[in-house]
Design a protein around this ligand. Structure first.
Ligand SMILES: Cc1cc2nc3c(=O)[nH]c(=O)nc-3n(C[C@H](O)[C@H](O)[C@H](O)COP(=O)(O)OP(=O)(O)OC[C@H]3O[C@@H](n4cnc5c(N)ncnc54)[C@H](O)[C@@H]3O)c2cc1C
Length: 305
């Protein structure tokens, strides 16, 4: 892919915009080439300016959070990539259970804050290294819970008309297993409102939260770069179980490896390229298809492929 970067950019270019920024450090897999244009808005005003600029330039737009569910192509990504991880902050009401969070708030931070106030409902979220925005888009979940269980509404910006904030109820978002309608829409999630259960013992909620984190870090390769589970579970079966049964743990292409600890994780042993990971994904899919007749689908989102 040829990437276009005219520098200096046109006058009236929004502050903070950079050309040709490597996205490696914007993903937990630590792979990926440059974004043609990248910005990390510090507040809602900067975000609106960036969206309006990108729309005027006719650029393709991608919003990312912590990059914990992304495979970015080695060739990079054309258009404007907006990373929302600086839009942090949340307000939690310990008596009503109402929670308002900005899109860039780390979901583990929100889970810890809720636990300290005795708000139950996000104990499962503590081990998910994403942002509120990414968690809503993905309907992230673990240990029997998911975002759709406690989400009331989201605040969105439409890149074609970024001055107007739109609020949609959770019921309008088509939530299903690791799916929301937002995955097909160009909208940018800027915030979310949750309703948690109040009146619980903070120590008990905190203990459940910590236990969930411990059970994950002891059974999943948290010390190595990854994107969490690569494949969706072909319910009621588990993708990890199918891969493990074929003795594919430890299978490698370059520095991409099917984790010896958890078969649904592909880890980067250091110098993996996105192409290595993509090839390993295809190889695992082909082996599972051949052995079980099941086509594994990926949970991870690809950018620039
Ligand atoms: C070690 C590890 C463990 C994990 N465990 C789990 C788990 O148990 N359960 C689970 O569900 N996931 C898990 N994940 C995957 C990942 O953390 C979640 O999918 C998370 O919700 C992604 O959030 P993010 O902010 O990183 O989003 P990104 O990876 O940055 O983006 C994911 C998708 O959301 C879109 N997006 C992100 N932010 C916005 C926004 N503000 N507006 C519009 N679109 C946006 C992106 O375009 C992309 O399509 C794990 C990942 C890792 C690395």
């Amino acid at each position: 892919m040829r990437l276009r970067c005219c520098w200096p950019p046109e006058v009236l270019t929004p502050a903070g915009l950079q050309g040709q920024v490597c996205l490696r450090d914007f993903t937990t897999w630590k792979v990926g080439g440059p974004a043609e244009w990248l910005a990390e808005p510090a507040d809602a005003r900067e975000l609106v300016q960036l969206l309006a600029w990108g729309h005027r330039q006719g650029l393709a737009l991608r919003s990312i959070g912590a990059g914990s569910n992304l495979l970015v192509a080695d060739q990079g990504v054309a258009g404007l990539t907006l990373c929302l991880r600086r839009l942090q902050g949340s307000q939690l009401d310990g008596s009503t259970g109402l929670v308002e969070a900005h899109a860039g708030e780390p979901i583990p931070t929100l889970a810890r804050k809720a636990a300290r106030l005795g708000l139950a409902g996000l104990e499962w979220a503590v081990g998910i290294p994403g942002t509120v925005g990414g968690a809503v888009v993905m309907n992230a979940g673990a240990q029997g819970g998911c975002i759709a269980d406690c989400l009331e509404s989201v605040r969105l910006l439409d890149p074609a008309d970024p001055e107007a904030t739109v609020e949609l109820p959770a019921a309008a978002l088509g939530f299903a297993y690791r799916h929301s309608r937002l995955q097909q829409e160009p909208w940018v999630v800027v915030g979310a409102r949750f309703r948690l259960q109040s009146g619980h013992d903070p120590a008990a909620v905190s203990a459940r939260t910590s236990a969930n984190l411990h059970s994950r870090t002891s059974s999943q390769p948290y010390q190595q770069p990854s994107c969490g589970s690569v494949f969706r579970n072909p319910e009621p079966l588990k993708a990890g179980r199918l891969i493990e049964e074929l003795a594919l743990k430890g299978l490698r292409i370059g520095d991409a490896e099917v984790s010896p600890l958890h078969a649904n994780f592909i880890v980067n042993r250091g110098q993996a390229r996105a192409a290595d990971i993509a090839a390993l994904i295809a190889m695992v899919q082909e082996r599972v298809q051949r052995a079980h007749g099941i086509g594994l689908e990926t949970e991870v989102k690809r950018l620039g492929f």
